[in-house]
Design a binder for this molecule. Structure first.
Ligand code: HAM
Length: 429
């Protein structure tokens, strides 16, 4: 009797990125690194695991992320409360404080990698997903808020994205939000008869969220509620106008969305999101804003900061709907061969072609020429090199172009001395 082992599958909401998909990821990552470097941002890499209290304090105890979505557990060895990062900002701020990065100058930094939230999976929403997180630490002025937004517009343009729009709001400062909240609760109490159960439940814990309702019977009430914007003092207004003026300078359109509050507690002043209708229900590609209080809240010297994170799965989805052209080939040159001596010569030749910068695959496994050519074709290579006993004897390989276009002046197949192949490829590939 043979034993049948059970298949182990990936966790719900956690996706494998397979070889045919990874070319698009790598191309996107390369474009993103160039783009970030062109604005002077440098990479930092923080741990996936952090103390739970970092996120509880940083993101806020009464947020969906901290209340319901974190992968948290006790370290079995020392009983520490640990959490898989649900975002980058808190960890990056912790590292900035811990290594005193702001002691003599501000910092422009970014992280790229997986983050974890236990949400209900659907298109564009996963439990392990990837973010490009960009933070400008130690900058107070609206110039940097605007620069981040202009920078994002440049990336969208570079990627040829269509139908992505900017929503903008200002959350003012804590005292302004408190005054607004008081007025809002009073207003909700006056309109208690139109509030549904959920709104009644939330009106004291998170009154702003009550306004974010889809209930048609509550729309009039929500539209006429006191607006946070009207509670902003002169300084907050000036900051916001500074951002808007610079966006106008750069020709960037935006919509003022007074209901944009974001799902994390650390924000003040500028908040923004880039959204699209092309991704179904999960249309927010990027979100961010200013968080001037977070460094102090996490035990550092007070310092202003602003940043954003892009959801990479959503960005890729949108990019692939535009004109993303990615090369999914495995190699440039595929070497087919017959016989042991030819295989060894092929391996050596491949090394010299790699020296010249080509991506080369030497066929492995003993099969006939026909199936080797099939593999060569499937690899996406531009060229197949053929080394059989005759080629070995003459010191010349046969070179065959696999992807000739109509009217291509290159010969379909030609013989070339082994040491002339790299040069010939340079002029013809
Ligand atoms: P966030 O809005 O929570 O902000 O996430 C940023 C982006 O991550 C979202 O706009 C979305 O594209 C993507 N995202 C969020 N949840 C999921 C999910 N479950 N599956 C796939 N993609 C998702 C932050 O994380 C802040 N740390 C951004 C920030 C940086 N603010 C200042 N600096």
């Amino acid at each position: 009797m043979t034993q049948q082992f059970e298949k182990v599958r990936a966790l719900t909401g956690m996706k494998d990125i397979l070889p045919h998909e990874s070319a698009a990821w790598e191309t996107l990552e390369a474009i993103v690194r160039d783009w970030l470097a062109s604005y002077g941002y440098r990479n930092m890499r923080t741990p996936v695991l952090e103390h739970t209290r970092l996120f509880a304090r940083g993101i806020g105890e009464v947020t969906d992320i901290v209340e319901k979505e974190m992968y948290s557990f006790r370290d079995a060895l020392n009983d520490d409360h640990l959490t898989m990062r649900p975002e980058f900002t808190a960890g990056m701020v912790r590292a900035t404080i811990e290594h005193n990065l702001l002691y003599d100058r501000p910092q422009r930094v970014y992280c790229m990698g997986p983050v974890f939230r236990h949400e209900r999976p659907q298109r564009g929403r996963y439990r392990q997903f990837h973010q490009i997180d960009v933070e400008a630490l130690g900058f107070a002025g609206p110039d940097v808020d605007a620069e981040l937004i202009v920078m994002l517009a440049r990336l969208w343009k570079r990627l040829g994205l269509q139908d992505i729009r900017l929503e903008l709001n200002s959350l003012g400062q804590a005292d302004e939000r408190a005054a607004h909240r008081e007025a809002l609760v009073e207003y909700l109490e006056k309109h208690i008869d139109v509030l549904d159960d959920e709104a009644r439940r939330r009106m004291y814990t998170n009154p702003l969220r009550v306004l974010d309702t889809k209930n048609p019977a509550m729309q009039d009430m929500a539209n006429n509620a006191p607006r946070l914007f009207d509670f902003l003092g002169a300084e907050s207004r000036e900051h916001f106008e500074g951002v808007c003026a610079r966006l106008q300078d750069a020709g960037i359109e935006y919509t003022l969305n007074p209901r944009l509050v974001r799902g994390l507690d650390y924000y003040n002043l500028t908040v923004f999101e880039w959204v699209t209708d092309r991704l179904g229900a999960q249309g927010t590609v990027c979100g961010g804003g200013r968080y001037d209080g977070l460094l102090e809240l996490l035990g550092g010297k007070p310092a202003p900061a602003v940043g954003f994170a892009i959801g990479m799965e959503r960005l890729l989805d949108l990019w692939q709907q535009s004109d993303a052209v990615t090369d999914t080939s495995e190699c440039d040159v595929y070497v087919v061969h017959q016989g042991d001596a030819a295989q060894r010569r092929a391996a050596l030749l491949a090394e010299t072609l790699r020296d010249a910068g080509y991506r080369v695959l030497v066929h492995a496994g003993s099969t006939g020429f026909k199936s080797q050519f099939k593999r060569a074709d499937a690899s996406g290579a531009a060229v197949a090199l053929i080394i059989g006993p005759d080629e070995l004897a003459s010191g010349q390989a046969a070179m065959k172009w696999l992807r000739r276009q109509e009217g291509d002046s290159r010969p379909q197949q030609e013989s070339l001395p082994f040491d002339a192949i790299a040069e010939t490829l340079k002029t013809r590939l």
